[in-house]
Design a protein around this ligand. Structure first.
Ligand SMILES: [Zn+2]
Length: 454
């Protein structure tokens, strides 16, 4: 293995940390057997250490706290101890309980926190191949819609699909995501656009989540686009979102967040504030698609304490200082820029250098970003947004967790956090964005459950 000092950005990272297991009693059931990952070449802990608390920003975004020749012990779905393999093997508790612990020899590979995909739209039925082909031919948005493509084609098929079919589609996506190292997924509705179909989409997401060992955070995106029948009277649809969709979604605990697509051609800032107000009334947190097509002044929304503003291709200079002071994360989704063949990408350096916390996500959806791969998002962020490999790791783990308000449980490898890990068959973490288009994830641990992918 290369010397610890050789990993450029990790030089100030974690010194050796002693591996100690507190007095533990392993429950008898097989489900709660201990799990030890040992001989990890690079263990990217992202522990808090010397960085400032809160979402990682500025220079803290590249502090990965790497332990060489590391080991992690998990029990009952939680991380119990983290340190060097040699200290783990000397630990008296582990010596005594070795037989009750499943041991995985990582043979010098890289282990990082399970990736957190904090922006996905998995509740759809069909790929949008008409859009894809027509766009390549240079067709406009209107021409694509006329040819039977566009977002409304997704809505039609979702409205006609059974809940079981939709749940199967979501579950299949979750399994595929885990194969790329993702263990926590935010999943939006938004292709229903009627009360019945939006609630049914959320039910499908929840049903899929109950059959997947990872963690799913459901989001109501009733305000995705203004449905055709409400063109010119969008206020009527906003009222349906506020008065008919949000109350049952909250009461039945079908969603944790309410999202709005606030942009030119979608919902206005005023309408977004109305929807945020309704969400607050029902104690749901908020997030929004912002600045994908045009600039929107963000400051007025900060009173709702949004967990995240997503896309952020266009950001007003005056908003940067405000965002740098708060915990609202800017979630960048370069897969959409790539798939639409855009020349410009979100200006990640401007945001990071201003102190705005930045996360990366796939924006998995059938129209503009049909990718499940967080490593692909990392690679695009390196090559098109000038983020360093280390920054992309923090942006897809701990800051993704912050973007979902789950940083107390997710996003780093520290005792007490959920046992969410990804093992990549490489010897240097920088290979994750480097080998673009390839998947080197070999194994994921989702809330303590092992899934092997090769
Ligand atoms: Zn989106």
């Amino acid at each position: 293995m290369p010397d610890f000092q050789a990993f450029g950005e990790s030089q100030q990272d974690a010194p050796d940390k002693l591996f100690t297991v507190p007095a533990l009693k392993l429950p008898k059931s097989l489900k709660h057997k201990g799990l030890l990952l040992a001989n990890i070449g690079q263990l990217l802990t992202l522990r808090l250490g010397s960085v400032r608390p809160g979402p990682r920003r500025g220079p803290d975004l590249k502090q990965l706290s790497i332990i060489q020749d590391g080991a992690v012990l998990c029990v009952a779905g939680k991380i119990v101890s983290v340190g060097k393999t040699r200290d783990a093997l000397r630990d008296p508790w582990l010596k005594k309980n070795r037989k009750k612990v499943t041991e995985i020899d990582c043979t010098g590979k890289v282990v990082l926190p399970g990736l957190v995909d904090s922006h996905t739209h998995p509740a759809f039925v069909n790929p949008r191949l008409v859009d894809f082909e027509k766009r390549i031919e240079g067709a406009s948005y209107e021409e694509i819609a006329a040819a039977g493509g566009g977002i409304r084609s997704s809505c039609e098929s979702v409205q006609n699909a059974s809940k079981a079919t939709l749940a199967e589609k979501v579950l299949s996506a979750l399994h595929d995501m885990a194969a790329y190292g993702t263990t926590t997924v935010e999943a939006k509705s938004g292709y229903g656009l009627t009360l019945e179909s939006e609630l049914s989409s959320l039910e499908a997401i929840n049903a899929a989540a109950s059959r997947w060992p990872g963690t799913v955070v459901p989001t109501l995106l009733g305000a995705h686009v203004v449905p055709k029948e409400f063109q010119g009277c969008s206020q009527k649809y906003v009222e349906i979102v506020c008065k008919e969709m949000i109350p049952p979604a909250a009461r039945r605990k079908l969603a944790q967040f309410v999202d709005v697509f606030c942009d030119k051609g979608a919902f206005t800032p005023d309408e977004t504030e109305q929807i945020f107000e309704a969400a607050r009334q029902y104690e749901l947190s908020v997030r929004a698609h912002m600045g994908q097509l045009s600039e929107t002044t963000l400051a007025p929304f900060l009173r709702f304490d949004p967990a995240s503003f997503d896309h952020m291709d266009h950001v007003n200079q005056n908003d940067l200082a405000q965002l740098a002071k708060g915990d609202t994360v800017a979630t960048l989704v370069p897969g959409a820029n790539y798939f639409l063949g855009l020349k410009d990408y979100p200006d990640a350096r401007r945001l990071i250098d201003a102190g705005v916390p930045v996360a990366l996500a796939t924006d998995y959806n059938p129209g503009t970003s049909p990718t499940l791969s967080m490593p692909m998002a990392m690679s695009l962020a390196c090559t098109h947004m000038k983020m360093s490999p280390a920054e992309t790791v923090a942006a897809t783990t701990i800051n993704g967790a912050w973007a979902l308000r789950m940083a107390a449980r997710k996003g780093s490898i520290e005792p007490g956090k959920d046992a969410d890990l990804a093992v990549f068959g490489i010897t240097d973490y920088r290979e994750i964005p480097y080998w673009f288009g390839a998947n080197h994830c070999e194994l994921t641990v989702l809330n303590g459950v092992i899934q092997r992918h090769r």
